[in-house]
Design a binder for this molecule. Structure first.
Ligand code: CA
Ligand code: CA
Length: 196
């Protein structure tokens, strides 16, 4: 009989803990993943090319909020913002910090299209006190100096990279090779800035 008391105590603790945590977002069972849409021809799970005008790849941050019992949680407010290398990017107004609400599947998506710069990007997602960090992916852009405008300074940077291996100017993700294909893409975005 004595041996059963600790077991019963454990069950009671488990039930109380369950009552506390059910319906509460749990970092261990929730997900935040980022990926591109492949419009540039780059591998959407690892690489993207973006323009401040938003007319190349769109990076999606896909979030699912669950409690510690893996039940999805609808109707929860979620905040999302980029986390790494912020000095290497320029985000158009309204793009950097976003907020959304989970749907009936506990999911919410955030879209990052209008920005420039070149570096690894990753995202932080917050929901009711929990924090999730997404995977990282490489981003290149014709806005090489991260001013949210593709101008003459960017052209100078592109020109100096031309002909050599460069990860920022390899817009078609051809293994770092910078050639006429990349120049044509750069030229197509010259003069682009944030949407009015
Ligand atoms: Ca620029
Ligand atoms: Ca290339």
């Amino acid at each position: 009989m004595k041996a059963r008391i600790p077991a019963l105590t454990l069950i009671l603790i488990f039930m109380v803990a369950g009552a506390v945590t059910a319906g509460v977002p749990c970092a261990g069972t929730s997900d935040a993943d980022c990926f591109g849409d492949g419009a540039s021809g780059c591998n959407p799970s690892t690489n993207a090319c973006v323009c401040p005008s938003g007319d190349v790849d769109v990076i999606q941050v896909s979030v699912t909020i669950r409690d510690c019992y893996a039940n999805v949680l609808p109707g929860r407010t979620v905040d999302c913002y980029p986390t790494y290398n912020l000095d290497d990017f320029c985000f158009c107004p309204g793009v950097e910090y976003q907020q959304g609400t989970t749907d009936t599947f506990g999911q919410v998506c955030f879209f990052y299209d209008c920005f420039g710069g070149c570096a690894y990007i990753g995202f932080t997602v917050e929901c009711e006190g929990i924090q999730l960090i997404s995977n990282q992916m490489w981003v290149g852009s014709p806005d090489l100096d991260a001013t949210c405008f593709v101008g003459i300074e960017d052209f100078a940077m592109f020109a100096s990279a031309y002909g050599g291996p460069d990860d920022c100017c390899d817009y078609d993700c051809s293994g770092g090779n910078i050639n006429l294909t990349d120049f044509a893409i750069f030229a197509a975005h010259y003069g682009h800035g944030c949407p009015e």
